[in-house]
Design a protein around this ligand. Structure first.
Ligand SMILES: C[S@@+](CC[C@H](N)C(=O)[O-])C[C@H]1O[C@@H](n2cnc3c(N)ncnc32)[C@H](O)[C@@H]1O
Length: 230
């Protein structure tokens, strides 16, 4: 399977994730130097779900990003368009109601969720703005959104070192742990091309989200953006 193009053809993106599904969680932990756990905790804190709330975890992959909401007593629906990731998720977390769906055409009625979240997936969606509008459609008025995504380190010298890590060190490390190292070159390229914190906040506003703000994690390697449906 060749690398998905930066035009992000949905079929290529889904096939690429099908391909890496079996070793996805392990590769993640290795490449992020164990930071993923910390980032997931921060997402759960930011979304602040109450027991019984209905939460959509979009681009949920194997469902690992959904577990903190289940633990908080919410009804979480993990949704993804890679059947390979969903299959792997079903093996590992049979308790999760993993659901097939495309972020740009969600298979849910208007206003059915209290909150929606998307971790390390919005960057892969072929139409970011449509996904932001779809997420807004499926939450109730007053519903919350938290996006967890790679972003721009704020300290310039660190940003340079980090970009070097992404483009030089990450592909060889990925080669040793992943079933599809090319996918991780794609990962590095999409991180480099992704809008910075302020630009993404503007996209949320344009999609109709209000109270938009963000918080940097690990010096801005990751940013959590949040918004509320008016
Ligand atoms: C890097 S994984 C993140 C998985 C999980 N959220 C996590 O934090 O581990 C990105 C996921 O986004 C999914 N994805 C990409 N584009 C999508 C789309 N248009 N609709 C639904 N899922 C999509 C991929 O299939 C993949 O499983």
């Amino acid at each position: 399977m060749s690398r998905a193009s930066l035009e992000k053809q949905p079929d290529d993106v889904a096939a690429m994730f099908d391909d890496v599904a079996a070793r996805y969680d392990l590769t993640n932990d290795v490449l992020s130097l164990g930071q993923t756990r910390l980032w997931r905790r921060a997402v759960a804190q930011a979304l602040d779900v109450a027991p019984g709330e209905r939460v959509l975890d979009l681009g949920a992959g194997t469902g690992t990003s959904s577990l903190p909401f289940l633990a908080a007593g919410a009804t979480v629906v993990p949704c993804d368009f890679s059947l390979g990731m969903l299959r792997e998720g079903k093996k590992r977390h049979p308790e999760l109601p993993l659901t097939a769906g495309d972020a740009t055409r969600l298979p849910f009625a208007d206003g059915v969720f209290d909150a929606v979240t998307i971790s390390f997936a919005l960057r892969n969606v072929h139409d970011t703005d449509e996904a932001l509008r779809e997420m807004r459609r499926v939450v109730r008025p007053g519903g919350r959104l938290v996006i967890c995504e790679f972003s721009q380190p704020t300290y310039r010298p660190f940003r340079t070192v980090y970009t070097e890590y992404l483009m030089r060190a990450l592909p060889p490390v990925a080669r040793s742990v992943s079933s599809n190292p090319e996918a991780y070159v794609y990962l590095a390229e999409t991180i480099r091309e992704w809008p910075d914190q302020k630009a993404l906040a503007g996209r949320l506003q344009s999609a109709g989200w209000r109270g938009v703000a963000w918080r940097n994690l690990t010096g801005g390697i990751v940013a959590l953006h949040r918004g509320t449906k008016p």
